[in-house]
Design a protein around this ligand. Structure first.
Ligand SMILES: Cc1cc2nc3c(=O)[nH]c(=O)nc-3n(C[C@H](O)[C@H](O)[C@H](O)COP(=O)(O)OP(=O)(O)OC[C@H]3O[C@@H](n4cnc5c(N)ncnc54)[C@H](O)[C@@H]3O)c2cc1C
Length: 297
């Protein structure tokens, strides 16, 4: 990204995030991946650095976790409260962990993001006070879910972007050191072209992610379309880049001796959660067709 295009606050956040990642996440990532244990020390460091839930407006405080169900203090639960009204019959509630009738069930055994617990949550006769109804109005849950996705999708896209950039950095380092036929493999044109394509895709993804994030901050009208576009593009780029990075490591890319295979495993989920990339295409197509129809009126 061209640094001059960022605000002072953007740069400050990015630098703080990099510092936390280098000091508190990179050294323990492989260990937690193997053990499938939640990295509490990393979570504390992220929180202490003020990076937890940065997109949540200040007045709502503490970060809502979804995927981290087993470690969340608060959960947003969507329930049908008015059957027969379709999407308008869904309401959203804040349910605190520990509420009677709330139980964490099976922990999924996953391909990637192995240190983040993804769990079943069981609700049996779980009663919550009516103050916990989100937005204060029954039947507005679906609307809230869609609005949440508009803000959360750039977050997943940023996750994918970081994965892609990290994988490229490792690939550049490795191809500079690895020698074949008497020279570093990054002196071969075939390797240089792969690196160039990876870097170009990452840069394009970065611009789209930043644009969508700015549109979300500005509550822009077309935020749903941009959020879906950045999620779709950045996560497809992450999958392409991490797969190519594994390729550039040759046989070692396929082994756990090097961290690169983890990037590929972690990238895959970004194409699936927060709405699969097929669903992002539906959102984008509907938005552009709607725009075309309204401009034809
Ligand atoms: C590790 C992990 C963490 C998760 N965390 C959360 C979470 O925190 N909160 C949460 O709510 N959910 C979470 N999910 C659920 C996730 O969002 C869903 O798995 C995902 O949206 C896909 O839904 P599905 O599994 O029902 O797939 P399906 O809907 O069964 O889709 C199967 C395939 O069909 C395609 N497909 C479906 N409908 C269409 C269509 N109309 N047009 C074209 N293709 C279509 C899909 O893209 C996919 O390729 C998580 C899932 C995983 C694996």
């Amino acid at each position: 990204m061209i640094r001059e295009l960022l605000t002072k606050q953007n740069i400050e956040f990015a630098e703080r995030a990099r510092e936390v990642a280098e000091r508190h996440i990179r050294p323990i990532a492989a260990q937690h991946d193997v053990e499938q244990t939640y990295p509490w020390s990393a979570q504390r460091a992220i929180k202490e650095a003020g990076l937890s839930g940065v997109w949540v407006p200040k007045e709502y405080g503490e970060k809502k976790w979804n995927t981290g169900g087993a470690v969340a203090s608060y959960n947003t639960i969507f329930a049908v409260t008015q059957p027969g009204r379709g999407a308008r019959g869904i309401s959203a509630f804040v349910v605190e962990a520990g509420t009677a009738g709330y139980r964490v069930g099976k922990h999924e055994d996953k391909m990637g993001i192995r240190c983040v617990p993804v769990v079943e949550i069981h609700l049996e006769d779980c009663r919550v006070p009516k103050e916990n109804l989100l937005g204060g109005t029954e039947g507005s849950g679906f609307k809230h879910a869609m609005m949440t996705l508009d803000l959360a999708r750039p977050g997943v896209a940023a996750q994918a972007l970081g994965l892609a950039q990290g994988a490229l950095d490792l690939a550049i380092e490795y191809t500079g050191k690895r020698k074949q036929f008497g020279q570093s493999i990054n002196s071969f044109q075939g390797i240089q072209w792969m690196l160039a394509d990876m870097a170009t895709h990452i840069e394009a993804a970065r611009h789209l992610v930043y644009t969508a994030a700015r549109a979300a901050d500005a509550r822009a009208k077309n935020v749903s379309k941009l959020s879906a576009m950045c999620k779709l593009f950045a996560t497809d780029v992450a999958m392409m880049v991490t797969t190519n990075a594994v390729q550039l490591f040759g046989g070692y890319g396929y082994c756990k001796d090097f961290p690169i295979e983890k990037y590929m495993r972690d990238a895959k989920i970004t194409q699936i959660y927060e709405g699969t990339n097929q669903i992002q295409r539906l959102v984008i197509a509907r938005a552009i067709l709607r725009e075309a129809a309204s401009s034809a009126e």
